[in-house]
Design a binder for this molecule. Structure first.
Ligand SMILES: NC(=O)c1ccc[n+]([C@@H]2O[C@H](COP(=O)([O-])OP(=O)(O)OC[C@H]3O[C@@H](n4cnc5c(N)ncnc54)[C@H](O)[C@@H]3O)[C@@H](O)[C@H]2O)c1
Length: 548
């Protein structure tokens, strides 16, 4: 996603990262399991500390609530040895069919039939009403996976926890901070596991990247640039290639399928929706969605917070608006946000090295900029971490590239995009980036590799969905083994448990408010504290469904 990189330079950056992780691992700065293993499921289980044996051949009996696009991805990626789907609920006939049949490769939506055979419909019970699914006692449902529109996350997750189910709910955790706190309180009270689907917490690629950043090879980090850019300005064409007047290729405005309209239109309000548009295109409306920051930005700010040691931001400001679309949507189509995060020396540290609330160096700020646009796809999506000694680029959850900064003290400072780097020891034994060989200037023709660079042998990298669900199942079984041991229970929490995911939600929701109010908003500590009563920054933003 860096503006001006050729394929050759990208290949070099990937090679640099592979080399650096190997050397960091050899020097003990990276868990050995991470070196060169981003694609291996076995490595993931070992790294995240779970074992299939602990499930004793008893996968967790699970129900899916919301079998749309993302429900389909989760079904496609799940491992039936860990989670066995025995029921599901959805209200759209189109998706009720698709969740079994799946879609053609390379779509990750492989469908229930792929995992459970062509008679899967006999094994996986359908519920039109999720309340009946939660009330069912015949199927032994232990856990639910929720992939519903945003406004339903909190109410359905809370009902499921109250019904004694463990919950994996898709991101964004909830529509506002109060709902997040209610979800956490309910999980604590019922003793059930609650985790949220920010899958980067289970991506070995991100684990490698963040451990490399923690080793400080990038030097002093003052800026991270994250973005998710798409171009939805192209018109749709019909099957004969003819442009459909007034239409746009827009994933957030999918077609309303005739069978859904026929089946649901008459009583759409009884289903909790104002219109078919609101059900199918829920991302476009404030009552049901949270806009670009909730849908896309939350993932990447989650990644940035991980890179910065799971720090909470200090303040946010931004500009956003409906700059492109002229239809009835309510959410912004372009967002540009700037966050101020505390650097490593911002807070005073106690004797154990943990940050306190006292400020040591108020100038130690890391600025994170995020943009999401709908009218240009030149850069696609990713994060670029800029340090005084190097730059790391994470591209589309699939690859990490590393480049060194040129050392001006050298006679011939290395050109970062054309120079191989490795890791060596600095004067205090700390790992430092070192230029090892120059591949000689600018890029060759597209697709060529730098001389001497080994081929990129990496397989497609898991984005973390499978591992997220496997670990969820493992935590459930382990929790059952030692339910009374509180300490053990918290050690076995999924990585993106409620308190982690609440921070991601606060960041996304507050960004929306900063843009809406044209204000720089300072984050308050109590927002991030589940025990403190939720002070909702903007009470007017509570959706009707929650007001009752
Ligand atoms: N982790 C990720 O990378 C990722 C990616 C995409 C979406 N998501 C999240 O997944 C969730 C779902 O997104 P999606 O793209 O699948 O949306 P979608 O519209 O394709 O699917 C939502 C499904 O929920 C069903 N539904 C709505 N109300 C219902 C009800 N009352 N009872 C039962 N079913 C109901 C709809 O019929 C639909 O099939 C969202 O929260 C979204 O943010 C996460």
């Amino acid at each position: 996603m860096a503006l001006d990189m050729s394929p050759q330079q990208k290949e070099l950056g990937k090679q640099n990262f592979r080399q650096a992780t190997k050397e960091l691992s050899r020097r003990g700065f990276l868990k050995g399991l991470l070196a060169g293993s981003a694609a291996l499921p076995v490595a993931a289980a070992a790294y995240y500390g779970y074992q299939y044996e602990k499930l004793q051949g008893k996968p967790v009996r699970t129900a899916l609530i919301g079998a749309g696009d993302e429900g389909g991805v989760l079904v496609g990626e799940h491992n039936p040895k860990y989670l066995e789907f025995v029921a599901y609920s959805d209200i759209r006939p189109y998706n009720q069919k698709r969740i079994f049949e799946g879609e053609k490769v390379p779509s990750p939506r492989r469908g229930f039939n792929f995992h459970y055979g062509n008679d899967a419909e006999k094994k996986i019970k359908k519920f039109d009403d999720y309340k009946q699914l939660l009330a069912d006692t015949s199927l032994g449902i232990e856990a639910v996976v929720i992939a519903l529109p945003l406004h339903l996350h909190a109410p359905v997750a809370i009902e499921a926890l109250e019904a004694g189910k463990h919950v994996l709910c898709e991101k964004l955790m909830a529509w506002n901070i109060k709902q997040c706190k209610d979800m956490i309180a309910t999980a604590d009270r019922t003793g059930k596991i609650l985790t949220i689907g920010h899958q980067r917490h289970y991506s070995l690629l991100y684990a490698q990247a963040s451990e490399a950043i923690k080793s400080a090879i990038l030097g002093d980090i003052k800026h991270i640039r994250a973005l998710w850019h798409r171009n939805n300005s192209w018109p749709k064409v019909d099957k004969d290639g003819k442009v459909i007047a007034g239409s746009l290729r827009d994933g957030w405005k999918p077609d309303i399928q005739p069978q859904d309209r026929e089946a649901l239109e008459a009583d759409i309000r009884k289903r909790g929706y104002k219109s078919m548009e609101e059900l199918v295109r829920w991302r476009l409306f404030n009552r049901t969605g949270g806009g670009l920051m909730a849908e896309l930005g939350s993932h990447q700010l989650d990644a940035c917070s991980i890179f910065l040691g799971k720090a909470h931001p200090l303040a946010v400001s931004g500009v956003g608006g409906k700059f492109f679309y002229t239809d009835d949507r309510e959410v912004d189509d372009h967002v540009f946000v700037t966050f101020e995060f505390p650097g490593p020396n911002y807070y005073h540290k106690d004797k154990e090295g943990k940050p306190t609330k006292d400020i040591d160096n108020k100038n130690d700020i890391v600025v994170v900029t995020y943009s999401s646009v709908n009218t240009n796809s030149f850069e696609k999506y990713g994060e670029c971490v800029m340090g005084s000694r190097g730059t790391m680029v994470v591209e589309q959850e699939q690859s990490v590239m590393l480049f060194g900064e040129p050392d001006p003290n050298l006679k011939e400072p290395a050109a970062p995009r054309a120079t191989a780097v490795g890791v060596t020891s600095g004067p205090a034994g700390q790992p430092v980036l070192e230029s090892t060989a120059s591949y000689g200037g600018s890029s060759g023709p597209p697709g060529t590799k730098p001389a001497g660079a080994p081929a990129d042998t990496s397989e497609p990298v898991s984005r973390g969905y499978r591992e997220e669900m496997e670990h969820f199942a493992y935590c459930i079984r382990m929790e059952q083994e030692a339910p009374s041991d509180e300490k053990r229970r918290w050690q076995l929490e999924p990585h993106c448990h409620g308190r982690v995911a609440m921070a991601d939600a606060i960041i996304a929701l507050t960004s929306n408010q900063a843009m809406r109010k044209h204000e720089r908003i300072v984050f308050k500590d109590e927002w991030f504290d589940p025990a403190k009563s939720a002070e909702v920054p903007d009470p007017d933003m509570i959706p009707e469904v929650i007001k009752g």
